[in-house]
Design a protein around this ligand. Structure first.
Ligand SMILES: [Zn+2]
Length: 337
C-alpha cells in the first residue's frame, strides 16, 4: 500500500478564516438543536469495524460521541437518519452561511490548495490503475467550485454529480457532465461506473454500510473509489479530543480511525491501494486551540515542543505526522475486488 506526503506552506485561515468558522459553528449548533428530531434518531454500531462495543466520550451540540475500543473510530450514536441530514444541508442557516459566505470568500484559495490537488490525485491515480476509465461520479458534491473543477477533467468522457448537497448551475459545467438527484439505491445501473469520489461524504453519512454497498454496486469490478475525511487518529484530534473545534455533528458524524476506515473498505470488498494523511494543520490547530482557550490542557511534551522548537521544528513534526499516518486529514484510494 502506498502513502504520499505533501509539503505545502499555507495557513488554515486561508481556507477557513477563524471569524467565519466561529460564526459557522455557532449557527450549526443552533440548527442541530432546532432541526433534528431526537425521537427519530437511530443507534449505530462502529461504522469502521462494525463492532457493537463502545465507550462514552463527550457530547457536542447535545449529541453523544462514542468511541470504538477495537479500532478507535469516533462516531455519533444515536444519530439522525440520512433524510434528516439531507434536509439539514439543504435548509440550515449554517449551510447557507457556508455556501454563500465562507465558501465564496475563500473560493480562490480553496481551488488552488484543496480542489486542484484532489483533481490531480484522481487523474494521476486513474492513469496508473485504470487507464481505460471512462465514467466518473462524484457523490455528495459540497461546493460549486468542486462541481466546476471536476466537470473540467478531460480524462473522463462522462461525468456525473450524484446528489450534490450544494446548488449547482448546470451552465457552469462542462458539457459532458450530468447532475443526477436520485436515491443512491436507484441511481446508476450496476457496474456502470469506473471511478467514484466521495469528499468528506462518509464523515456526514448516517447509513455508512448502505452508502458503501451502493458505491460498490455502481462500480465495475476493478473500479476506483477516492475518499477523503477527518480521522480520529490524527494528532490534533487525539490531543484536543472534546475541545477539537472541527468535531461536531452533522459535519463529522463519523470520525474514522486509520484502522477503522481500512476495515470499512475491506469488509465492503475493496482493496486499499493508497492510504495517506497529507494534512498540514494538526500542529497549527493545537497551537490555536491552546492560545485561544488557556483552560485547554495538553500533554507536557506537546506543550514543551510547541513552545520551544520554533516554526521549523513544528514543520518537521507535521511531516513526521504525515509520514506515519498520524495527521487528521486522510485520503484513501481503493479498488473494487
Ligand atoms: Zn471499530
Amino acid at each position: 500500500m502506498k502513502s504520499v506526503f505533501l509539503v505545502d506552506h499555507y495557513n488554515e485561515a486561508d481556507v477557513k478564516p477563524a471569524e467565519m468558522l466561529n460564526a459557522y459553528v455557532q449557527l450549526a449548533e443552533k440548527n442541530v438543536n432546532d432541526l433534528f428530531l431526537r425521537d427519530t434518531f437511530v443507534n449505530c454500531d462502529c461504522p469502521g469495524c462494525g463492532a457493537s462495543d463502545r465507550a462514552e466520550t463527550f457530547r457536542r451540540f447535545n449529541l453523544d460521541y462514542v468511541s470504538c475500543p477495537r479500532c478507535h473510530t469516533l462516531w455519533v450514536s444515536p444519530r439522525p437518519d440520512d433524510e434528516s441530514i439531507k434536509r439539514y444541508y439543504a435548509n440550515s442557516d449554517a449551510e447557507i452561511y457556508w455556501r454563500e459566505k465562507l465558501s465564496r470568500e475563500t473560493a480562490l484559495a480553496r481551488v488552488e490548495r484543496i480542489v486542484l490537488p484532489r483533481v490531480d490525485w484522481i487523474i494521476d491515480s486513474t492513469q496508473q490503475y485504470l487507464p481505460d476509465a471512462d465514467h466518473f461520479v462524484d457523490i455528495g458534491t459540497h461546493h460549486d467550485v468542486y462541481a466546476r473543477c471536476l466537470s473540467e477533467i478531460g480524462r473522463f468522457s462522462r461525468k456525473t454529480l450524484l446528489n450534490p448537497i450544494c446548488e449547482i448551475n448546470p451552465g457552469a459545467l462542462a458539457h459532458s457532465t450530468n447532475i443526477v438527484n436520485e436515491h443512491i439505491s436507484k441511481a446508476m445501473p450496476d457496474n456502470s461506473v469506473d471511478a467514484i469520489s466521495m469528499f468528506e461524504v462518509l464523515d456526514r453519512t448516517s447509513n455508512i454500510d448502505g452508502a458503501m454497498s451502493h458505491a460498490r454496486r455502481m462500480l465495475r469490478p476493478g473500479g476506483l473509489i477516492f475518499i477523503t475525511g477527518i480521522l480520529s487518529t490524527g494528532f490534533d484530534i487525539m490531543t484536543l479530543w472534546d475541545q477539537a473545534q472541527n468535531i461536531f455533528p452533522p459535519d463529522r458524524l463519523n470520525v474514522f480511525s486509520v484502522e477503522g476506515l481500512t476495515m470499512l473498505m475491506e469488509r465492503h470488498g475493496f482493496n486499499v491501494l493508497e492510504f495517506s494523511t497529507p494534512g498540514m494543520f494538526d500542529t497549527e490547530a493545537v497551537i490555536h486551540a491552546v492560545e485561544t482557550n488557556p483552560k485547554i490542557q495538553v500533554p507536557r511534551f506537546v506543550s514543551y515542543m510547541l513552545e520551544n522548537r520554533g516554526p521549523e521544528g513544528r514543520q518537521r513534526f507535521q511531516e513526521f505526522l504525515q509520514m506515519n499516518l498520524l495527521s487528521s486529514f486522510g485520503r484513501v484510494l481503493a479498488q473494487r475486488q
